[in-house]
Ligand binder design. Structure first.
Ligand SMILES: Cc1ncc(COP(=O)(O)O)c(C=O)c1O
Length: 458
């Protein structure tokens, strides 16, 4: 008999989690204005709000922290991190930052001016925020197929080369760079193929433009290339990663994902002019160039995390857990963005809460229902997250309306996946009784989903 699949690690340290009653959850959620970001973590049983900074570090990472050099300038921890990044990506210039959005802030302060147009594939909300707050435009060139959640495509995060070419033909003089997000978080943690990265490179070269990879989940993207793209099955993850970055000019990184640290980020590039430009913004925003917002010990943990998470076994364990949850949802007929993404399952709320109009935010309503059902905290990736159009101030209802269930790395077991699946099934089974959604009572102008206040209707 063939042996079943099992995790590539064993557990050395555990943290207790607490269940609650429905009455307690009703009270807590009301106090949180029906925004799960406002809940306290102890009010949550299984936390799937994000896979960002929520992973479990390995014994090797904890050991590396003891070697942290906390010198203000020239810390050896920085050089260990820089050497690892250069070895893995091929980029020789590295600026650490405290997280991914800080990397965007520092690099975009140098590169994005008012009136600029930045084409990409479903820019993540902080990326979009850092472009739009500079009075520039984030132009989405994702393939149309990504919007059909039921279509099974191996690389649903791809850039549409025709849309990109059109964007460059129309706006070439305004484009400071092209940004490709790997994996494509907003479209459902969907990967981008090597072939697509090559096509983007060719178009960029034609218009003499540079390419940035928003690399939060670059290693998971490489896993999908290895397992889904012809010609890569026998390459190592590290070889694939090297090739991905060889097709780009630089990267912004939220190390809280594929770096498996709780905090951290960086910019890396092969271009001295980008490094020199960004450097000037790192010092006032983040800190001196050899720490840029990170502790020495955290840079050491990140260096080890990057090395570990560019190994196949670690990635296979992770992606197979996401697939396991997907299979359980399939048993219950619950629709989600297919195929399962790298870091999360994106449940298609608009196909479940069909009686709730867009204006009452179906995905946010589903997020609320799942929390009330079992204390499971997901996150709306939909119409609230999409913010308002900066010019018309109208809600943007053009995209997908999803409940994202992120799976933190090396944290939960498949028993937790079973609880999530059954809780969602219970909500799904009573979907026709859920007829009203929520109304916004207060919102911030930008990135409103973190702090929005809501009222339940009906
Ligand atoms: C694709 C992508 N880019 C950028 C970011 C921003 O990173 P951070 O949360 O570390 O600021 C995120 C975070 O979720 C992300 O998923």
């Amino acid at each position: 008999m063939e042996l079943p699949f099992a995790e590539s690690w064993k557990i050395k340290m555990v943290e207790p989690i607490k269940k609650s009653t429905r009455a307690e959850r009703e009270k807590w959620l009301k106090e949180a204005h029906y925004n799960v970001f406002q809940l306290k973590s102890e009010q949550v049983y299984i936390d799937c709000i994000t896979d960002s900074g929520t992973g479990a570090m390995s014994d090797r990472q904890w050991a590396a922290m003891m070697m942290g050099d906390e010198s203000y300038a020239g810390a050896s921890s920085f050089f260990r991190l820089k050497d690892t990044i250069t070895r893995i990506t091929g980029f020789q210039y590295v600026i650490p930052t405290h997280q991914g959005r800080a990397a965007e802030n520092v690099l975009f302060s140098h590169l994005v001016k008012a009136g600029a147009v930045v084409p990409g594939n479903s820019h993540f909300d902080t990326t979009k925020g850092h472009i739009e707050s500079r009075k520039a435009t984030a132009l989405d060139c994702t393939i149309d197929e990504a919007k059909d959640t039921q279509l099974e495509l191996p690389f649903k995060g791809n850039v549409d080369p025709k849309k990109l070419e059109k964007a460059l033909a129309e706006h070439a003089d305004k484009v400071p760079f092209i940004i490709v997000t790997v994996t494509n978080n907003t479209a459902g943690g969907q990967p981008v193929s090597m072939q697509n990265l090559r096509e983007v490179r060719a178009i960029a070269d034609k218009y003499k433009k540079r390419v940035i990879l928003d690399s939060a989940r670059f290693a998971e993207n490489a896993y999908f290339i290895k397992t889904r793209e012809k010609g890569y099955e026998n390459k190592t993850i590290k070889e694939i990663v090297k090739e991905m970055f060889s097709l780009a000019d630089g990267m912004t990184m939220s190390a809280k994902k594929d770096g498996i640290v709780n905090m951290g980020g960086f910019i890396a590039t092969r271009h001295e002019d980008w490094y020199e430009g960004a450097k000037c913004f790192c010092i006032p925003f983040e800190g001196y160039l050899t720490y840029g917002g990170m502790n020495g010990r955290d840079m050491d943990a990140l260096a080890v995390g990057l090395d570990e998470n560019t190994e196949f076994d670690n990635l296979e364990t992770r992606i197979k857990q996401v697939e396991y949850l997907a299979k359980r949802l399939d048993e219950f007929g619950i629709p989600y963005q297919r195929p399962a993404g790298g870091h999360a399952i994106f449940v298609d709320a608009s196909r479940i809460l069909t009686e709730i109009p867009k204006e009452e935010f179906p995905a946010q309503t589903l997020t609320i229902e799942l929390y009330l059902e079992a204390g499971i905290r997901g996150c709306e990736i939909g119409y609230i997250l999409a913010d308002r159009d900066p010019v018309t101030r109208e809600n943007r209802f053009g995209g997908l309306d999803l409940l994202r269930l992120c799976i933190p790395r090396r944290v939960y077991t498949n028993n937790h996946m079973d609880v999530i699946a059954v809780a969602l099934k219970n909500v799904f089974d009573r979907r026709n009784q859920i007829k009203r959604g929520v109304r916004i009572t207060w919102e911030a102008e930008l990135m409103r989903h973190f702090t929005v206040q809501l009222e339940r209707l009906g």
